[in-house]
Design a protein. Structure first.
Length: 268
């Protein structure tokens, strides 16, 4: 995916611009603007260090702005936000050129930098909204039940598929224990008790005499403990990362399906 159309990337870029703006404002608090100076206007720096501010304090503040400017460096290009300067042949990048405010013949005023940063943030918000509106329907691992994908995500993205499955299965079991109050029961026995065909704690909604309801209830009594034994136990007891992405995807989907069904069940 083109990064400029990735909502998460655009949000991260906006965070970097916000960090830059805060760092630049803190830097300017150590300086006095020369905009009211009569003689030398346009030749003098736009801002000079306040009297009594230690050089090491100024340097630390400048380092913070420089680092933040580096993190936010993609923002002007993404938003096409540049500043036209009289007598300068090319539009100026307001983030890259922040330090010119303290140099002779400054390209920018402090207000140029801050106003530009604010406009960049607004344009990034608009780009993020547009990117989100244009996203295709989500399928695949990101569309799994939030409990399952939330528990598996970091390990999955790092390529630790077996551990991702283990984490997802154990998180689902933990949530079920909390819901039912059966905190001290091992996982397989927990699923057997919760979905016991004769006296289930969680029931499929609807008339128990309806064939579909009865089929779902009986199926859950077998599917839930069976899934725990075949997916969670094997992922936990085999201490290796030999599971392929496809094998893990199939197991994750099975866990996600169970999580959705548990949500639909009635009971404690």
């Amino acid at each position: 995916m083109d990064a400029s159309r990735n909502p998460e990337y655009l949000r991260k870029t906006a965070e970097a611009v916000t960090e830059f703006k805060a760092a630049f404002k803190a830097f300017m608090e150590l300086h006095t603007e020369t905009k009211d100076a009569g003689f030398g206007r346009g030749l003098l720096p736009a801002a000079v260090a306040r009297e009594g501010v230690l050089p090491e304090v100024l340097q630390a503040a400048a380092d913070r702005v420089a680092r933040a400017a580096g993190r936010a460096s993609a923002a002007p290009g993404l938003t096409r936000m540049y500043v036209g300067v009289v007598g300068f042949p090319e539009p100026v990048d307001p983030i890259a050129a922040w330090k010119t405010v303290i140099t002779p013949k400054p390209l920018l005023e402090p207000s140029d930098v801050l106003d530009s940063a604010e406009q960049i943030l607004g344009r990034l918000e608009a780009l993020t909204d547009k990117a989100e509106a244009e996203l295709p329907p989500t399928t695949g691992v990101e569309a799994m039940h939030p409990t399952i994908w939330g528990a598996a995500r970091k390990l999955w993205l790092d390529g630790h598929f077996r551990l991702a499955i283990q984490s997802a299965a154990e998180t689902l079991t933990s949530q079920l224990k909390t819901r039912t109050g059966l905190a001290n029961m091992d996982a397989t026995n927990l699923y057997e008790k919760v979905f016991n065909a004769k006296s289930p704690m969680l029931t499929w909604p609807g008339d128990p005499n309806d064939r579909t309801v009865s089929s779902m209830q009986n199926g859950l009594s077998k599917y839930a403990p069976g899934l725990n034994m075949t997916v969670r136990n094997t992922a936990t007891h085999v201490a290796s990362d030999e599971m392929t992405a496809q094998q893990a995807l199939e197991r994750l989907a099975a866990l996600s399906l169970l999580a959705h069904w548990i949500d639909e069940c009635e009971g404690p």
